[in-house]
Design a binder for this molecule. Structure first.
Ligand SMILES: Cc1cc2nc3c(=O)[nH]c(=O)nc-3n(C[C@H](O)[C@H](O)[C@H](O)COP(=O)(O)O)c2cc1C
Length: 166
């Protein structure tokens, strides 16, 4: 029988960068465990392990930005997802470029497929992650960009369409 913890890698996921700003400190972390949960109100969730700096900053500020990466932003995903803001300023190298928010205080990232501004609705501790439920208060989309996809630890571009849902 397969090791059951591997089940988490069986989903094809879009890759987002969660941004959070506390005072002068702006941080960003990559998150593949993000998912929409409600149309009205517009609610999305991001699952973040308690040891991440981003986790504690969201608990404090009660808001976060969600920048859904485009398929030319893999390098940026690796940068924000392999080192902690506790050790480095992830914006210092210039790879991550912030863009001003419209509603919340936290900046988002430039060049993404979509950016969502979220106010924290609820935090639920679940297993080894915390589920942060965010209410989307602003959305920007770039119709010319496609999302970066992650499956079994490998990054992909979307392939050709095989049909229409709606
Ligand atoms: C592709 C990818 C996806 C990731 N997805 C998540 C995730 O969904 N939740 C999470 O807690 N960490 C996730 N991580 C790990 C964090 O991004 C990583 O631990 C990061 O360094 C935390 O930064 P921070 O301490 O500055 O918050 C992911 C990393 C990568 C590269």
């Amino acid at each position: 029988m397969e090791e059951v913890t591997k089940a988490t890698s069986e989903f094809a996921e879009s890759v987002a960068v969660v941004t959070v700003k506390q005072g002068d400190k702006l941080n960003a972390m990559t998150a593949a465990w993000t998912v929409p949960v409600s149309h009205r109100p517009a609610l999305v969730v991001v699952h973040i392990a308690p040891q991440r700096l981003t986790h504690d900053m969201i608990v404090e500020t009660k808001e976060f930005g969600l920048s859904i990466l485009a398929d030319d932003q893999m390098e940026l995903s690796q940068h924000a997802g392999t080192v902690s803001g506790r050790k480095v300023d992830k914006f210092a190298s210039g790879l991550l470029k912030s863009k001003p928010p419209k509603v919340i205080e936290t900046p988002l990232l430039e060049g993404c497929a979509a950016t969502l501004e979220c106010r924290l609705e609820k935090a639920i501790s679940m297993g080894d992650h915390t589920i942060f439920v965010g209410r989307v208060v602003a959305l920007e989309r770039d119709p010319n960009k496609k999302p970066l996809i992650l499956h079994r630890g490998i990054y992909y571009r979307l392939g050709e369409s095989v049909g229409r849902y709606y």
